[in-house]
Design a binder for this molecule. Structure first.
Ligand SMILES: [Zn+2]
Length: 233
């Protein structure tokens, strides 16, 4: 909702007025609200024709919530002591984890990419139990999709067999990849089962093994490209 607010600067006596599109949903109780504006502050000293960050301190008016939160804006200052433009920025406290797996693998196996990225998001939000189950599912998609890439004529059989069988029977040419996939599966199974067998390993180890397996697969896909190129020329 649009509100006219006065912004304070660290080095300036008077405040500047600007239009701000402030939140109309409380991030604590998730109710639609008309928040109580407590104050608005710039992070930088006043200068005409500059861009500053402005934090607005808001209070939820619901009596059973009454919690403070912040809105955060990019603000353009005009030439004549005016605020020209305000843009609200996304304000999150938890950093969203980035998908840093090889692009070749993410592009070649989009379902794997989607599941892995959602698991990262869950982990970012502190949902480590859900994230663990997601990483286990992403591993299954990575290995099965790669096995189908290796054995396109046996797609149906690969889909139906257990993940362990796919690892043991389809990845025989790459014993180290087999080991990585097996280790990630063992930890992944701990994430989905009631009793944990490997107390000393967690999703950090599983992610490390998945990343190494993805890097291995990416190198193999690159080698296929290189082979095609050299054979053509
Ligand atoms: Zn609230």
């Amino acid at each position: 909702m649009q509100k006219k607010l006065l912004v304070n600067f660290p080095d300036r006596q008077g405040s500047l007025e600007g239009n701000f599109n402030i939140s109309d949903l409380c991030p604590h109780c998730n109710r639609p609200i008309d928040p109580i504006v407590k104050s608005a502050h710039s992070d930088s000293r006043y200068a005409s024709d500059s861009i500053v960050k402005v934090a607005i301190v808001l209070l939820c008016p619901s009596s059973d919530c009454s919690q403070f939160f912040l809105d955060w804006f990019n603000v353009k200052i005009g030439q004549y002591e005016s605020i020209k433009q305000t843009n609200r920025l996304e304000y999150v406290y938890k950093p969203i984890l980035k998908n840093d797996l090889p692009t070749e693998v993410n592009e070649k196996f989009p379902e794997f990419n989607a599941i892995y990225s959602q698991s990262l998001q869950a982990e970012s939000y502190g949902l480590d139990q859900i994230a663990g189950v997601g990483y286990r599912k992403s591993l299954e998609f990575l290995i099965k999709q790669y096995a189908i890439h290796l054995f396109p004529d046996e797609e149906d059989r690969v889909k139906k067999e257990t993940l362990n069988n796919t690892i043991m029977n389809r990845l025989c040419a790459f014993p180290k990849l087999q080991t990585l996939a097996k280790a990630a599966t063992w930890i992944g199974n701990d994430e989905t089962h009631f009793v944990r067998k490997h107390e000393d390993k967690d999703i950090t180890s599983m992610k490390k093994f998945i990343k190494s397996a993805a890097t291995f697969i990416s190198a193999d896909l690159d080698a296929d490209d290189a082979l095609e190129f050299t054979q053509q020329n």
